[in-house]
Design a binder for this molecule. Structure first.
Ligand code: DMJ
Length: 617
């Protein structure tokens, strides 16, 4: 078809050229042309008599062709007409020349030209498709990720252990793929999909959560499978309620991380698309977002159990890192504005004893019940203050101040030492302490150590030690169980230390926080006990959680027989296995000077201050 079109085009342009040639070259033909086409026939002076205007080029002056008009000067109709005629003549002379040249070409040459043209058409189509697909997103100068070369650790034993962890990832992934592909999570005992209401009917939580772990473990084929599932199936037009926090940390975080590691545009596009879908959650009188959102209708609400219709500190306080990156990658400041407003609301409020209560009413902008926790309901709010400062290349001094002020209040009012010498972080209820620490709270060991470097003078060592003490306490909570995996919560009262006393606190759902703290402590101190403790956890997972169909959580870690909960949580692949893998890798894999882990262990690069200045300009 292209050949036919090409020949027709050739004939047609030759015909047009001849017609125009006749008009221009026949005596007095310009009169005829101007009479027919322009309804005016001013007499033009011969070319030699014309003078070039101020903006004319030398060659134009020579040929007496184009006369540029000075900015703002009124157009001279005679000159404009003359100008147009000269351009038309020139174009047609060129077409005639090209037609002649083509007719002299060998068939092979014509063939080659056709192929080149075809290629160009295909390229244009691709570009058009990309423009449609990524419409609205600015070009981003993708920076190749730092520290993703996956070198084998020099020590053979360490290397073997690391290989074992990769095998665990394969087992978890392959079973998910086999029994629950495209669904959110896997039920490893029933060997079917598991749906959690946290994601409404968005699908593929495990796929998105696992992306960066697959990437850093070098599981390239699996990463590609995941990517193509996302391209074809990941859909956010769902008419169901989702948890804004969970969708943000797992989906937005997972997509951003995959983009920063691979540079694949699809991840950036999906992350921004999802970010936009989450924006209606902020339509509250204070701008503090709802916990739950119907992504189709844009209607939000809070958990019915939350104190007086409040939003939850750990939920609205764990959007900052991802939203700053959404603005960075979309060129749209709206995401950053939303999370900066949360901070503004918080900074205006009086804090009881300098502590942040877990509940805040989005309508009144006032605290709900005065319950303070560094575990569930509060945890990642503190984590994100510290990481906001680090991720801003240490320029976000407001976040730094908020973090260190909060930590000081936590130390004064919540951190205690048991009679057996274990440091723990209690919970605070209107001034009274509950001597209980959650598995979730164990992340704080890593947080204290990570922040140590930026602590006010003389406190660096203190915060490193505090991190180490929390790590030891959490290790004890594992060590004092039968399964050597820690319970959901453990207590320091009624004559026990670091032990769960209530039946409904004895479960372990493959959570990462203790191993996360080991990872930071290992990186920051290189004390071999952290690798030892991490390996104990690997052995326990292999002995008690591994089943034919994947990995399962346990209902009671003190019992001698496994009682499976039949869920392979997506964070097992996103966090637990990633942190374990890093503990047995060299420090130059994902160096902490370049990367921030979001609360789901997804990777976000530090936004360099010098680059930001250039962007702002
Ligand atoms: C994860 O989704 C995140 O780590 C979150 O911050 C807390 N809960 C789970 C893991 O336990």
């Amino acid at each position: 078809r292209l050949t036919e079109k090409f020949v027709l085009l050739l004939v047609f342009s030759a015909f047009i050229t001849l017609c125009f040639g006749a008009i221009f070259f026949l005596p007095d033909s310009s009169k005829l042309l101007s009479g027919v086409l322009f309804h005016s026939s001013p007499a033009l002076p011969p070319a030699a008599d014309r003078k070039p205007g101020p903006g004319a080029r030398a060659e134009d002056a020579e040929e007496g062709r184009i006369w540029h008009r000075e900015e703002g000067a009124p157009a001279d109709p005679v000159l404009t007409l003359q100008d147009n005629l000269a351009r038309i003549r020139e174009n047609h002379e060129r077409a005639l020349r090209e037609a002649k040249e083509t007719l002299q070409k060998l068939p092979e040459e014509i063939q080659r030209d056709i192929l080149l043209d075809k290629e160009k058409v295909a390229q244009d189509q691709d570009q058009q498709r990309d423009r449609e697909q990524f419409g609205g997103l600015p070009n981003v100068d993708f920076q190749p990720p730092i520290g993703v070369e996956n070198r084998e650790p020099a020590d053979a034993t360490v290397s073997e252990k690391r290989a074992k962890i990769k095998e665990m990832m394969k087992h978890a992934w392959n079973n998910y793929k086999r029994y629950a592909w495209g669904l959110n999570e896997l039920k490893p005992i029933s060997k079917e999909g598991h749906s959690s209401s946290l994601f409404g009917n968005i699908k593929g939580a495990t796929i998105v959560d696992a992306l960066d772990t697959l990437f850093i473990m070098g599981m390239k084929d699996e990463f590609q499978e995941a990517k193509s599932w996302i391209e074809k199936n990941l859909d956010f037009n769902v008419n169901a309620e989702i948890s804004v926090f969970e969708v943000n940390i797992r989906f937005v975080g997972g997509l951003l991380s995959a983009y920063y590691l691979s540079g694949e545009e699809i991840f950036r596009k999906k992350a921004v698309e999802l970010g936009v879908k989450l924006l209606p959650a902020f339509h509250t009188p204070s701008g503090i977002p709802w916990a739950l959102l119907n992504m189709k209708s844009g209607i939000g609400r809070n958990w019915p159990w939350a104190s007086g219709g409040s939003s939850i500190l750990a939920e609205f306080g764990t959007l900052h890192l991802e939203f700053m990156h959404l603005s960075h990658l979309s060129g749209n400041p709206i995401f950053a504005e939303k999370v900066m407003n949360i901070r503004k609301v918080l900074n205006k409020l009086e804090k009881p004893e300098g502590l942040y209560p877990n509940y805040l009413n989005p309508s009144s902008g006032q605290w709900g019940q005065h319950h303070v926790s560094v575990g569930g309901l509060g945890d990642s709010f503190y984590e994100y203050l510290l990481k906001a400062w680090l991720m801003s290349d240490k320029t976000d001094l407001e976040a730094k101040k908020m973090y260190f002020d909060a930590v000081q209040a936590i130390e004064t009012h919540l951190i205690r030492k048991s009679s057996g010498g274990l440091t723990y972080i209690a919970e605070w209820k209107g001034g009274l302490l509950e001597h209980k620490m959650g598995h979730l709270t164990c992340f704080a060991g890593g947080m204290f150590a990570l922040g140590a470097d930026g602590a006010p003078e003389a406190l660096t060592q203190h915060y490193l030690e505090l991190g180490a003490e929390i790590a030891r306490t959490c290790h004890e909570s594992y060590n004092r169980t039968f399964m050597k995996l820690g319970p959901e919560a453990f207590r320091f009262d009624g004559g026990v230390e670091a032990i769960a006393t209530r039946q409904n606190e004895k479960y372990y759902i493959l959570r990462p926080e203790v191993i996360e703290t080991y990872m930071y402590m290992w990186r920051l101190t290189h004390d071999p006990k952290y690798r030892k403790w991490a390996w104990e956890a690997v052995e326990a997972l292999e002995s008690h959680c591994k089943v034919n169909g994947g990995y399962s959580g346990l209902r009671d870690v003190y019992f001698i027989h496994e009682n499976y909960d039949d869920v392979q949580q997506s964070f097992f692949l996103a966090e637990t296995l990633k942190y374990l893998y890093l503990i047995f890798s060299d420090d130059d894999l994902l160096p902490l000077e370049h990367w921030i882990f979001n609360t789901e262990a997804h990777l976000l690069p530090i936004l360099r201050a010098d680059k930001k200045k250039v962007e702002e300009k």
